[in-house]
Design a protein around this ligand. Structure first.
Ligand SMILES: [Zn+2]
Length: 489
């Protein structure tokens, strides 16, 4: 009997031990990133997306094929670069909306021709269609919308672009334009295009989504009209206010904080003298700038221009009864975390910290955000050691930020290295770690190693630590960060 009790205790303690070992953050797994999750889809896209021969003229057909193939490359690269993620809860939610729209509009969607959609981890509130039945929606967009219906409008809009063959049409028109005689003369003005971001996408659709030419607006307007029809047939509420909300997608960093930055730091026992927030002569621009309280952004800087026009044009179609369903709060929480982690992994540290402080203002109590504060300061120290602190701060144009953001930028720029070490050490011993998962504690150890102990470490040691992490927590989402330090990946 005694022996049985003994072995039972042994068995029980073994259970506890193995449980503790596998207690990792299950927001998503490392394998849910597109590089692993969408391997098969990527291979099949590469195999099946073959450019049809539509022009007898060789040069024109060649140009068309160029656009066609660069679109395939764009999506394959995005998959390789982990831009996309599979998250069961969020994916099912989106799929539910798409399925609902399709089932109520059977005449427009042929059987067995299910649209393929990808969740992009970008924080930018945007969605886009790629043609060939593919649409992409950024997590930043889902984070921005206030209701399922508003999200449905965006999805219906992108589905409409595909139904109307807008992408194919744009590729054709561009191929025809670029091989025309008039165009060759004007090629320089296109090369001077002021939109630098999304350059790969731009190459494919040559300003399709972002160009504001009259022609493209016509496409936008058609997609809006069809989207409204799709929604009406699906009995999903349409409200023209959705367009007005789209107008304000850049305003997140223009929202001031409730308290001075120093007050947030004190919550973590981190002292920060006033002087760090003040701009010194070197580094960031010293020009005095008056931050206005009115959160306004120039139309030219907007992700979604012409929203007011779209609102006015479609106001008459607004449903009189507003049946709006809010996005489930657990999904919202997850989306916020996934976006924030992605911003962190890209080492865009000021934005990352600012969003956390905004969360604190909203009463966010989840200690995952405190864990992220530790990650940010140890990440900053690591970058300082690597002489790239300035890159990690990621200075934003003053037009897009508040005075608070500007102060935070200055503080992150000016904390002396010794104080930064002190910060990391203080945060390493903070009480919030008691609630954290094992892989988060494993990441703490890794970050401490590469930041505070960095000067004594060679790359081989860091690589070994990264390998240790992935051996202990093979499915942890934080592998994405430690993998950057693996040699011969
Ligand atoms: Zn559009």
């Amino acid at each position: 009997m005694k022996q049985i009790i003994l072995s039972f205790t042994f068995f029980f303690s073994f259970l506890i031990l193995s449980n503790a070992q596998f207690q990792i953050n299950t927001l998503y797994t490392y394998q849910d990133l597109s590089n692993s999750y969408y391997t098969k889809i990527k291979d099949s896209l590469k195999k099946n997306w073959l450019c049809p021969a539509i022009y007898s003229e060789k040069e024109r057909q060649k140009k068309y094929k160029e656009f066609w193939d660069s679109r395939t490359d764009f999506i394959c690269n995005a998959i390789d670069n982990q831009n996309f993620i599979y998250c069961k809860g969020i994916n099912n939610y989106i799929k539910g909306i798409i399925d609902e729209i399709i089932s109520k509009n059977r005449n427009l969607f042929s059987e067995g021709n299910q649209p393929l959609f990808f969740l992009d981890r970008s924080p930018i509130a945007n969605a886009y269609a790629l043609g060939n039945n593919v649409i992409i929606i950024n997590l930043g967009f889902i984070n921005h919308v206030k209701s399922r219906e508003e999200l449905a409008m965006a999805l219906a809009h992108e589905l409409s672009h595909n139904l109307l063959f807008h992408i194919e049409t744009v590729m054709k028109e561009k191929a025809e334009l670029l091989t025309s005689d008039e165009y060759k003369k004007n090629i320089q003005s296109i090369l001077d295009s002021k939109y630098g971001r999304y350059s790969r996408l731009k190459k494919i659709v040559e300003g399709y989504s972002f160009s504001r030419s009259r022609h493209q607006r016509y496409h936008e307007s058609d997609a809006d009209s069809l989207a409204i029809i799709l929604l009406k047939k699906s009995n999903i509420t349409f409200n023209a206010n959705f367009f007005l909300r789209l107008d304000s997608t850049e305003l997140q960093l223009k929202q001031p904080l409730l308290y001075p930055i120093q007050d947030y730091f004190i919550q973590y026992n981190l002292p920060s003298p006033e002087v760090w927030a003040q701009k010194k002569s070197k580094g960031l621009s010293t020009k005095t700038y008056s931050f206005t309280d009115t959160p306004k952004v120039e139309d030219s800087l907007k992700t979604h221009p012409d929203c007011i026009d779209r609102y006015k044009k479609n106001l008459i179609y607004s449903d009189s009864i507003n049946k709006l369903t809010s996005i489930p709060s657990d999904l919202q929480e997850n989306i916020k975390k996934i976006i924030l982690w992605n911003i962190y992994d890209n080492m865009d540290l000021t934005v990352c910290l600012y969003i956390i402080l905004q969360e604190k203002d909203k009463g966010q109590k989840n200690e995952w955000y405190d864990f992220m504060v530790y990650n940010i300061f140890s990440g900053l120290l690591y970058n300082d050691n690597e002489l790239q602190r300035f890159i990690a701060i990621g200075v934003k144009p003053k037009e897009l930020i508040t005075k608070d953001y500007y102060n935070l930028q200055n503080i992150l720029e000016q904390i002396p290295r010794e104080n930064l070490k002190e910060y990391v050490t203080i945060l390493q011993n903070a009480s919030f770690w008691k609630s954290r998962f094992q892989d988060e504690i494993g990441l703490r150890k890794f970050l401490y190693l590469i930041s505070v102990e960095n000067n004594r470490l060679d790359d081989k040691t860091k690589s070994a630590a990264a390998n240790d992490f992935s051996k202990t927590f093979p499915t942890s989402l934080y592998n994405e960060f430690t993998a950057h330090f693996k040699k011969n990946r």
